[in-house]
Design a protein around this ligand. Structure first.
Ligand SMILES: [Cu+2]
Length: 361
């Protein structure tokens, strides 16, 4: 019996110890040494420290977007500011996944080029922590020590006019522990881009985690055969909280109503934004890889938020590969087509597999 944990830990290790880079379907010459993006819990302590130190470096380096975003002080704020300004046009649209794919890649690139980060942007495979509410609360991403992102905020009863509402919320106050407990969030709430310094907040809803971050829901999403339906299943619809899927699920399980991550505009103020969106991107790439000839350049869904199939408005047209996405001061404008291949001319990174779920612990 005592051998079982040992054998299991070997299997657990084997699942991510030998990540095979995915073959580049387009051009093996332009992307030669892609940063490898790993699941957070598989990072060594040294790798975790390297990542957290680089995020803190981004939070100290001076902003370059102060002309357009008066409240931006740091390089980290530059990225939050782009998300705040464009939030009304980049969610519940066909370019939601391409936009966030490029956004995260530029953050990763800045971490590497400006803050001596030597790894790939880590991701959070939430299905490893969503089987039970206790699993969510025990997730290694919430580690209260210097190598974790810290946990929930203390309970705050009143949440005025929440958007969106978060059933089962349990917190709302300032993050008390972990590496980012003293982080300053400067932009937001909502569209505000003036300086508004406040603490990083979290408002866990374990119910949302088990309901909208389940392995079954991910499987149902990956089982879709067109980008259009894959995307709808990933983002969910907007009618009410019960039509949310794993995109909103990740934001609201951690951000609740009063947490930084739940603010549609300034959610990138919580460093966990990048782990969640990297996982969103990984799942899209997993879906693309299932049938690359058909899916590498498959794109659809509306140009304008809440048009069909996300909401009820009449469709005013769908995005195409030529659709342009501006990134203001943070990065050059790219087309959706530029972002479809994670190992092409514009983007260059790869994913290490998530550790297999096991019955060992
Ligand atoms: Cu977003």
């Amino acid at each position: 019996m005592k051998l079982i944990p040992f054998v299991c830990s070997l299997l657990f290790t084997a699942a991510f110890a030998l990540p095979a880079p995915s073959p580049d379907p387009q051009d093996t010459k332009t992307c030669t040494s892609p940063p490898l993006r790993k699941e957070w819990r598989t990072l060594s302590d040294e790798e975790k420290l390297n990542y957290i130190t680089a995020v803190k470096c981004m939070q100290k380096l001076p902003a370059i977007s102060t002309g357009a975003v008066p409240g931006a002080v740091s390089r980290y704020d530059d990225f939050v500011g782009v998300h705040v300004r464009d939030a009304n046009t980049i969610h519940f649209v066909g370019h939601t996944l391409p936009w966030h794919r490029y956004f995260v890649a530029k953050f990763e690139e800045a971490m590497i080029n400006e803050c001596n980060y030597t790894g790939g942007q880590p991701y959070w495979d939430f299905t490893l922590d969503s089987a039970k509410e206790e699993d969510f609360l025990a997730s290694p991403i919430f580690d209260p020590g210097p190598l974790g992102f810290g946990g929930n905020g203390p309970w705050i009863a009143e949440s005025i006019d929440p958007f969106p509402p978060a059933p089962g919320r349990t917190g709302g106050g300032c993050v008390q522990d972990g590496a980012f407990k003293d982080s300053v969030v400067r932009l937001g709430p909502r569209e505000n881009i003036q300086l508004n310094e406040r603490c990083l907040t979290r408002d866990f809803s374990p119910w949302i985690a088990t309901t909208f971050l389940s392995a079954q829901l991910v499987k149902d999403t990956l089982d879709q055969t067109t980008f259009g339906w894959f995307d709808v299943k990933a983002q969910g619809k907007i009618q009410n909280v019960y039509t949310y899927r794993y995109h909103g699920g990740g934001h609201l399980a951690i951000g609740g109503e009063l947490g930084t991550l739940a603010d549609v505009w300034s959610s990138a103020g919580d460093p966990l934004f990048y782990l969640h969106h990297t996982n969103m991107d990984r799942l899209w790439w997993e879906w693309q890889k299932k049938d690359l000839p058909a899916r590498l350049y498959d794109i659809s869904n509306p140009i304008y938020p809440f048009d069909f199939p996300y909401g009820n408005a009449t469709s005013r047209g769908n995005v195409t590969l030529e659709f342009e996405m501006p990134f203001h001061e943070v990065a050059k404008t790219v087309t959706i087509g530029d972002t479809m291949d994670i190992m092409g001319e514009t983007l260059c990174y790869d994913y290490a597999p998530s550790p297999e779920k096991s019955n060992c612990y």
